[in-house]
Design a protein around this ligand. Structure first.
Ligand code: ADP
Ligand code: MG
Length: 829
C-alpha cells in the first residue's frame, strides 16, 4: 500500500510542492535561491521558457511575454498571446509549466506518477477539469484534487499536534492573491469534517494592486501628465501604456506589502521616453478605505456560512487565517471585530495549503504503483485468496483495531500480526471466530505492520506487509461538492425546463446515484426527435441558464435501435469521483440500449457580447416581473435592487472591450451569474407561494362542501389528506404540493358529484355551447335537461351533464393549456 505523498499548491500568485515522509512534511525549495514558494509566473524569452521569480521579475521589462495570474482564467477559452512566439498559449499550458518547474525542486530525483493538486473550494467542474488537465500535461499520470481550505486546516491541525478533549468548530479564512475561500470545519479528538464552504474566485490581493493604480496613482498621473482616461488606456492590450501598467502593478504590489509593515510608503514612477518622474505617497488609511468593500465581501461570505449552518460567534473556537492577503493588518482587524471570533495566524499563510496537500497525499493510496507492483505485495503465495483488511489509516489513539474478513470457505487456522520495528507482536493466535485485534501504535509515527495467516496445518496462505497506521495525524473525512449537480427536465406546468438536483451542494464526495425519469415524448426510430440529457452545475429548481452546463448527451431517433415510446422509463446512472470526474450512463430498458459518457469539459467561452445578451434578457425578465407584481412592495424592492446592480454591470461592461487585459470581463460574468441566481430564486419562491395559495383555496372549498353535506366517509378522507400537510407545505417542493392539490381536487369532485344541485350551473353553461360532436343528440339532451330543471329533478340534470360532457369537442374538454415550444423540451420529466 504505497501512498502518493506529493502535494502541490498551484496558487494564483505562488505555488509550492511538498512531500509527506512518515508523518513529517518536507517542503521542497527552489534549487535557485532556496525559496519554498515559486511565483506562478511564466516568461517566454526567445525559445526559452522561464518560470517563477525570474519570470515575474521580467514583467516590468517585457510585459508582452510574461504571464501571471492565469489561474483566474482556468476553465475559460481565453488565451494569452505570446509576442515572442507569435502564438497563443492557454491558462492550462501556463499552469502546466509551473507544475513542471515544481517537479525540478525534488532533489531526490524521485519520479512522481500521482499527485494531489489543490483548488479553491468554489472551483466549478470545468475549472477543476482544467486543473487536472494541466497536471496531466505536466507529466503526472493521475491527479487528485483537494480543496484549499481543507488543505490549510489539515496543515493547521497536524502542525500543532492538537490534543482536543471536546468537539470544536473552526472557520478557515483563506484570502490569497486571486481567490477567497472560507470553510467551516468540525474537529474532535479523532477526525476532522468539513461542514460547508463558500468562496469567490474573483476576490483577492491582486484586486488591491489594481485599486492602488486606478484610484491613487492614476489621478495624480493624469494631473501631472495632463492626460485623460488613463485607466482605460492602461488596460488596453497592445498600446503605449501597457508596459507602464505592468510596471506599476509590480510597484503597487510592493507598496501594498510595505504598508503591512509601515504607516506610509512611496511609489516612484519613471517614464523614460517622456522624461517624466514623480513619486506618490500612500498611507495606510487611504489604502484601508480603498480595500474596504472587498474585505466587507469576505466578511459577508464568512457570516453567510455561519448563518446557514446555524452557528453563532461563540460556537466557533477560532478563525484560522491563511493566504498572503491576511498579512494586511486591516484585514485581521476587520475579521476579528466583525465576526467577534478570535483569529489565529499561527500557520505560515503562504505555505499552509501546500503542506496540507502533502498530508492528504500521505493518506491517499497510489493506484498506479499498486497495479504495477501487485505481485510483489504478496510474493509468497501466488494464487492468494482475497482477504479484506479493515483499519483506520490515521489515528489519534495509542492503539488501533485491525480486522480481517477472510474469503468464504476458508478453514480456521491461525494468524500473527507484528509491527515492523519489532516493538509489537501478537504471537501465533488461533482463529476461533474472527480475526480482529488491537495493535499498539508508536506515538507520532508511521506504524507498519505485517500480517500472516496460516492454514490449520501450518502452511502460510496469506501475507501482507503494507498495513500502515499513522499516529497523531488528522485525516479529512471527505471533500464536499461545492455546487448542486442537476439534470435539466421539463416543467410541464410552466412550459419551461428547470434544474432538478441529482447531488446537492455539500454532499460528501465520491457520489453515485441511479435515477429514473420518464420520456415525455415519442422518439421514433430514425426520426429527428431527441432526448436531451443535460447535466448542469447550478441551483436545484432554477432555470438552466443560471447554471453551467457540464455535459450533454443527445439521443436522437437516429441513434435508437427501437422506438422510444412516451412514458417509458429512462435509467440514468451518475457518479462524481473525489476529483470531480463525472460519468453518466443512460439505459433505455425498453430498447435495451445503453449510452455512456464521461464529461471532462475544460473550457467555456466568456465573451462580452454573450454577457451583454444575458444581462439584457435578465433585465427584460425583471421588467416583466415588476409589471406582474404591482403592489408587492417588498418583492418589488428586491427586483429593483437586482435590476440596478445589473444595469451597473451593463455600464461596466460597456466600458470594457475584448482587448481588455485585466480580469474585468470575468468578474462581471461572475457577478452577473450571482444576480441572475438571486432573481431566479425570488421568482421560484413566488411560484411556490402561488402553489401554496392554490392549495389553501382548494382546501377551503372542500371544507365548505363538507360542511353542507356532513358525511363521515368524506371527512375521514380529508383527514387522511391533511395528515402530512405541514411537512409538504414546508418542503419547498412544488411537486409535492401539486400532488396534494390533486388529492384535494379529487375529493372536491367526489363531493361535488354527491349533490345533484351542483349540476345546474354546468348544465346552463353546456347549454350555451354550440360545437357538440353529435349536435342532434346534444339538442335532445338539452331539451331533456331543461324539463328536468323545471321539475327540479336534479338527478336527471346531473345525468344530462355527464352525457353532454362526453359530446364536448376535444378542445373544450381539456381546459389545461400547455404552452410548450417543442424544441425547448428535454423529453424528460
Ligand atoms: P495565492 O494563493 O493566490 O497564490 P498567496 O496566499 O501566496 O496567494 O497570497 C498572495 C497575495 O498575498 C498577493 O496578492 C500578495 O501581494 C499578497 N501578499 C503577500 N504578502 C503580503 C503582505 N505582507 N502584505 C499584504 N499582502 C501580501
Ligand atoms: Mg492560495
Amino acid at each position: 500500500m504505497k501512498t502518493i505523498n506529493f502535494g502541490i499548491d498551484l496558487g494564483t500568485t505562488n505555488s509550492l510542492i511538498a512531500k509527506y515522509n512518515d508523518g513529517e512534511i518536507e517542503v521542497f525549495k527552489n534549487p535557485l535561491g532556496q525559496k519554498a514558494t515559486l511565483a506562478s509566473a511564466v516568461a517566454f524569452r526567445g525559445k526559452r521558457i522561464l518560470v517563477g521569480d525570474k519570470a515575474r521579475n521580467l514583467l516590468e521589462k517585457d510585459p508582452l511575454n510574461v504571464f501571471t495570474c492565469f489561474k483566474r482564467k482556468m476553465g475559460t477559452t481565453d488565451a494569452y498571446f505570446v509576442e515572442n512566439l507569435k502564438k497563443e498559449i492557454t491558462p492550462i499550458e501556463l499552469s502546466s509549466f509551473v507544475l513542471q518547474e515544481l517537479k525540478n525542486f525534488i532533489h531526490t530525483g524521485e519520479e512522481i506518477n500521482e499527485v494531489v493538486i489543490t483548488i479553491p473550494s468554489s472551483f466549478d467542474t470545468i475549472q477543476s477539469n482544467a486543473t487536472k488537465t494541466a497536471g496531466i500535461e505536466a507529466g503526472f499520470k493521475k491527479v487528485y484534487l483537494l480543496q484549499e481550505p481543507i488543505a490549510a486546516s489539515l496543515a493547521f491541525a497536524n502542525k500543532n499536534n492538537l490534543q482536543l478533549e471536546e468537539e470544536k468548530k473552526w472557520l478557515v479564512y483563506d484570502y490569497g492573491g486571486g481567490t477567497f475561500d472560507v470553510a467551516l470545519l468540525q474537529i474532535d479528538e479523532r477526525e476532522m469534517n468539513v461542514l460547508d464552504n463558500e468562496g469567490d474566485n474573483f476576490l483577492g490581493g491582486m484586486d488591491f494592486d489594481n485599486l492602488i493604480i486606478e484610484k491613487l496613482v492614476i489621478p495624480q498621473l493624469e494631473k501631472e501628465l495632463k492626460e485623460e482616461n488613463l485607466w482605460e488606456k492602461f488596460k488596453q492590450k497592445e498600446n503605449t501604456y501597457q508596459k507602464l501598467y505592468f510596471e506599476l502593478l509590480y510597484r503597487a504590489e510592493e507598496a501594498k506589502k510595505e504598508l503591512s509593515r509601515f504607516e506610509t510608503t512611496e511609489i516612484e514612477i519613471d517614464i523614460d521616453d517622456k522624461d517624466f518622474y514623480t513619486s506618490i505617497t500612500i498611507n495606510r488609511k487611504d489604502f484601508n478605505s480603498l480595500i474596504e468593500p472587498s474585505v466587507q465581501r469576505t466578511i459577508t461570505l464568512a457570516k453567510k456560512i455561519l448563518e446557514s449552518n446555524g452557528c453563532r460567534a461563540k460556537d466557533i473556537e477560532k478563525v484560522i487565517l491563511v493566504g498572503g492577503s491576511t498579512l494586511i493588518p486591516y484585514v485581521k482587524e476587520r475579521i476579528q471585530s466583525s465576526l467577534g471570533i478570535e483569529i489565529d495566524s499561527s500557520v505560515e499563510p503562504t505555505t499552509a495549503v501546500g503542506i496540507g496537500a502533502a498530508y492528504y497525499a500521505g493518506t491517499k493510496i497510489a493506484q498506479i504503483e499498486e497495479t504495477k507492483q501487485e505481485p510483489s505485495i504478496n510474493p509468497i503465495i501466488s494464487a492468494t485468496p482475497e482477504y479484506e483488511i479493515i483499519y483506520q489509516k490515521n489515528s489519534q489513539d495509542i492503539e488501533e483495531l485491525i480486522s480481517v474478513i477472510p474469503p468464504e470457505n476458508i478453514a480456521n487456522g491461525s494468524y500473527r500480526i507484528t509491527r515492523l520495528d519489532g516493538g509489537f507482536d501478537t504471537g501465533l493466535v488461533t482463529i476461533t471466530d474472527e480475526i480482529s485485534c488491537f495493535v499498539d501504535l508508536l506515538e507520532g509515527q508511521k506504524n507498519r505492520f505485517n500480517l500472516k495467516i496460516y492454514e490449520p496445518n501450518g502452511t502460510l496462505v496469506y501475507e501482507n506487509n503494507n498495513i500502515t497506521i499513522i499516529h497523531g495525524k488528522y485525516n479529512i473525512q471527505g471533500q464536499l461538492l461545492p455546487h448542486d449537480i442537476c439534470l435539466e427536465i421539463d416543467d410541464i406546468d410552466y412550459g419551461v425546463t428547470r434544474l432538478e438536483a441529482i447531488f446537492n451542494k455539500n454532499a460528501v464526495l465520491p457520489l453515485k446515484r441511479t435515477i429514473y425519469k420518464t420520456a415525455t415524448k415519442n422518439i421514433l426510430l430514425g426520426s429527428e426527435e431527441k432526448l436531451q440529457i443535460n447535466i448542469v452545475e447550478g441551483d436545484d429548481g432554477s432555470l438552466p441558464s443560471s447554471g453551467l452546463s457540464i455535459g450533454f448527451i443527445e439521443i436522437s431517433g437516429g441513434k435508437l435501435e427501437k422506438d422510444l415510446i412516451k412514458g417509458t422509463d429512462i435509467e440514468i446512472d451518475i457518479s462524481v469521483s473525489e476529483s470531480r470526474d463525472l460519468d453518466v450512463t443512460i439505459f433505455l430498458s425498453s430498447c435495451e440500449q445503453e449510452f455512456r459518457d464521461s464529461f471532462k469539459p475544460t473550457q467555456r467561452s466568456i465573451s462580452i457580447s454573450k454577457i451583454e445578451k444575458e444581462i439584457y434578457t435578465a433585465l427584460n425578465n425583471i421588467e416583466k416581473e415588476i409589471k406582474n407584481n404591482d403592489g408587492e412592495y417588498e418583492l418589488l424592492a428586491k427586483f429593483q435592487k437586482i435590476r440596478e446592480s445589473l444595469i451597473e454591470l451593463q455600464i461596466e461592461l460597456s466600458l470594457c472591450n475584448e482587448n481588455d487585459s485585466t480580469d474585468t470581463k470575468f468578474k462581471i460574468d461572475n457577478n452577473k451569474q450571482i444576480l441572475i441566481k438571486e432573481f431566479d430564486q425570488l421568482t421560484r419562491f413566488k411560484a411556490l407561494d402561488s402553489n401554496i395559495s392554490e392549495y389553501q383555496l382548494k382546501l377551503a372549498m372542500v371544507k365548505n362542501e363538507l360542511s353542507t353535506i356532513s358525511n363521515e366517509f368524506y371527512e375521514k378522507k380529508l383527514e387522511k389528506i391533511l395528515l402530512n400537510e405541514r411537512e409538504v407545505l414546508n418542503s419547498g417542493n412544488k411537486y409535492l404540493i401539486k400532488s396534494k392539490i390533486k388529492e384535494l381536487e379529487q375529493l372536491d369532485n367526489e363531493l361535488f358529484n354527491q349533490t345533484s344541485e351542483n349540476f345546474i350551473s354546468p348544465f346552463l353553461y353546456y347549454k350555451s355551447i354550440t360545437e357538440y360532436k353529435e349536435s342532434k343528440r346534444a339538442e335532445k339532451l338539452i331539451i331533456e335537461g331543461d324539463k328536468a330543471l323545471e321539475k327540479q329533478q336534479y338527478d336527471v340534470v346531473k345525468h344530462v351533464v355527464y352525457q353532454l360532457h362526453a359530446l364536448l369537442p376535444e378542445h373544450l374538454r381539456n381546459d389545461k393549456k400547455v404552452n410548450f415550444n417543442d424544441q425547448d423540451k428535454t423529453g424528460l420529466s
